[in-house]
Design a protein around this ligand. Structure first.
Ligand SMILES: Cc1cc2nc3c(=O)[nH]c(=O)nc-3n(C[C@H](O)[C@H](O)[C@H](O)COP(=O)(O)OP(=O)(O)OC[C@H]3O[C@@H](n4cnc5c(N)ncnc54)[C@H](O)[C@@H]3O)c2cc1C
Length: 395
């Protein structure tokens, strides 16, 4: 079938992967068409103002952080930042705990005051195993022992992945920090901040700055392929979908979000729990590791955005099995799934005029900064390969 139009690059997916590649190629003078099946740009990082007037992250909370000054510099062309010390807590045995585990958690656990030396010495007595952890259970019990593992990690992981921690890669739980001081920050990266006016504004600025990019929302890959002939395709959708599921669908984990909003008037009786007026809970995120509770966490993103608004919204997150046609939120970080992906990866490597970029196209959980880094590298590679637009053949 004859395509309707020509472009230099056809880009599938308007998340960080697709938009960054498009912006870089357009800045070099190339003509790009970017499409997404959703009705908005931003991919999973998309945010919006809900009916209560609260800025929320539609596809789950997105805490931007990075150790790369190059990535901060690049994104800073499109946004200013609102610095955040992301904090979370865990709710179990009928109380809130400091989390990730630190000296405050240890004191709550012991029911008395303590110090870093005592906590470090205690950890030595409870740690099990050593050497290289082969799975997430080993990764955690070798750091905090079995009781804290059962209290904070085992049930949470079972709910999140519907797999036991011993059947998941060590990296899944192993990357949560453990501190013997009172540092309550959830994350360890040097730069922790949210785009000042939100992610959607960042994406809007990025695409506005890209004169050579045509954006088409609500367009499926199959339709885009019919409509545009291109010299190179950049694909940031699911790699198994690209190859028509010929080896079967890859396994994903999905999520259901349940939002509830409150006006400041309705929050008065929560003030003692939240610790300040206008909030529902005491931290941006509270984990619920107990199996009796069906959700894994409640996020109140207003703690992080710093938005001044007379209301708040909390979102309960329920992990669920993924069915074809639903949002594929998380690739499964377990050996069987990786082996299945390798078959698709071989096909992808043989595609000469297609780049596979981003978390779905490479079937791996990446944070946003990692995807931005991957997209910048891919754009550099394409610019080296195709040179300058003066060598265009399609126009
Ligand atoms: C619940 C959750 C929480 C997260 N929290 C964080 C966090 O706190 N910090 C962090 O750094 N990262 C976080 N991430 C990861 C972050 O979402 C990703 O790193 C980032 O979104 C990846 O960008 P991407 O462009 O690769 O994919 P996406 O953002 O998923 O974009 C891909 C786009 O492609 C479109 N698409 C797919 N297939 C097709 C098709 N066939 N046709 C047309 N369009 C298609 C999709 O609609 C989507 O918009 C989180 C992820 C999830 C799921």
């Amino acid at each position: 079938m004859q395509a309707d139009a020509n472009t230099d690059f056809l880009i599938i997916g308007a998340g960080f992967a697709g938009c960054v590649v498009a912006e870089r190629l357009a800045a070099a003078g190339w003509k790009c068409v970017i499409v997404d099946r959703r009705g908005h740009v931003g991919g999973n990082a998309y945010d919006e103002t809900d009916a209560a007037g609260v800025l929320v992250h539609r596809y789950g909370p997105h805490y931007f952080r990075t150790n790369s000054s190059r990535i901060v510099q690049y994104l800073s062309r499109f946004t200013e930042w609102h610095a955040v010390a992301y904090t979370i807590k865990s709710f179990a045995r009928d109380r809130y705990w400091s989390f990730p585990v630190n000296l405050n958690t240890f004191e709550q656990y012991q029911g008395r005051s303590s110090n870093s030396e005592e906590f470090a010495a205690w950890l030595e007595t409870v740690r099990v195993g050593g050497g290289e952890a082969r799975n997430s259970e080993e990764a955690v019990i070798s750091q905090v022992g079995r009781d804290l593992y059962e209290l904070f990690f085992e049930g949470y992981t079972l709910k999140q992945w519907q797999r036991h921690p011993r059947d998941l890669d060590a990296s899944v739980c192993g990357r949560i920090p453990l501190r013997t001081n009172r540092d309550e920050r959830y994350l360890t990266e040097d730069f922790q901040a949210l785009p000042q006016r939100g992610y959607s504004a960042l994406f809007g600025n990025m695409l506005e700055a890209s004169a050579g990019v045509e954006v088409h929302m609500g367009v499926e890959f199959a339709e885009a392929r019919r409509r545009w002939r291109c010299r190179h395709l950049v694909f940031s959708g699911p790699v198994d979908e690209f190859f028509d599921y010929q080896f079967g669908p890859l396994p994903y984990r999905s999520l259901r979000f349940e939002a509830e909003s409150f006006t400041n008037g309705q929050l008065e009786e929560r003030a003692s729990i939240a610790g300040k007026p206008g909030f529902w809970q005491p931290a941006m995120q509270v984990n619920y590791p107990e199996l009796a509770v069906p959700f894994t966490r409640i996020v109140e993103i207003k703690h992080a955005t710093g938005q001044q608004v007379e209301a708040t919204t909390i979102v309960r997150e329920y992990p669920k099995e993924w069915q074809r046609g639903e949002e594929p939120y998380y690739p499964i970080p377990a050996p069987g799934a990786q082996a299945a992906y390798q078959r698709y990866a071989q096909l992808a490597a043989a595609e000469e005029h297609v780049s596979f970029v981003g978390r779905l196209a490479t079937y791996r959980y990446y944070n946003m900064d990692q995807v931005v880094g991957m997209a910048l590298a891919e754009a550099d590679k394409l610019l080296r390969r195709y040179g300058s637009p003066s060598s265009r053949i399609l126009d």
